[in-house]
Unconditional design. Structure first.
Length: 191
């Protein structure tokens, strides 16, 4: 048994490997779902989750259907996990910037065409983050001990408050939505 840290919540020890659930922000969960209880995706905590953004099932039509009739701001709709999963706070700000969409726009007002653009921006943003090692808490290290915060070095808007937008030179703004920081360019991102 290895050293346990403050936010280690579960540990699995195998002959040649040790796995930890290390979760400082307590976003994760450990579910036990016996096969006799049916498909794991029918578990009550998983049943209502949205589509995986890098799967073939994710596209603009998926977003457009999910956003229909929703008055919730687009950024918060993305973070909810009920339409698409895995688009966290950093990636939502970056994808909305890439798509030119104001994060305050009510989700239900997004046209089908803009949903197509946003779906592609989400895929591109997540793929770029994966290619660069992800973006996480400052103390995160991967299985080889490398830090995982490389993507934030390439962010266009995230944590760039007051800095000039690379596209239009307008100062990047920071607002708070649902107790989460949102970064955007008021010049490039329109409602």
């Amino acid at each position: 048994m290895g050293n346990r840290r403050k936010h280690d919540h579960a540990e699995w020890i195998f002959a040649d490997a040790r796995f930890l659930l290390h979760d400082p922000r307590r976003f994760g969960a450990l579910l036990w779902h016996p096969a006799a209880n049916g498909p794991v995706l029918e578990h009550p905590l998983l049943r209502k989750l949205g589509v995986e953004p890098l799967s073939p099932d994710f596209n603009g039509d998926c977003l457009h259907r999910g956003f229909a009739g929703r008055q919730l701001a687009i950024k918060q709709a993305l973070l909810s996990g009920s339409i698409v999963v895995g688009v966290g706070n950093i990636y939502a700000s970056e994808a909305l910037f890439k798509a030119g969409i104001d994060p305050r726009l009510p989700a239900g007002r997004l046209s089908r065409r803009r949903c197509d653009v946003l779906a592609e921006a989400i895929k591109e943003t997540l793929s770029a983050a994966l290619d660069s090692g992800g973006s996480t808490l400052r103390d995160y290290v991967n299985a080889t001990g490398e830090p995982g915060a490389y993507f934030t070095l390439h962010a266009a808007v995230y944590e760039k408050t007051g800095q000039p937008c690379a596209r239009c030179n307008t100062a990047i703004r920071r607002i708070v939505q649902g107790q989460r920081a949102t970064y955007f360019c008021p010049g490039c991102q329109r409602r």
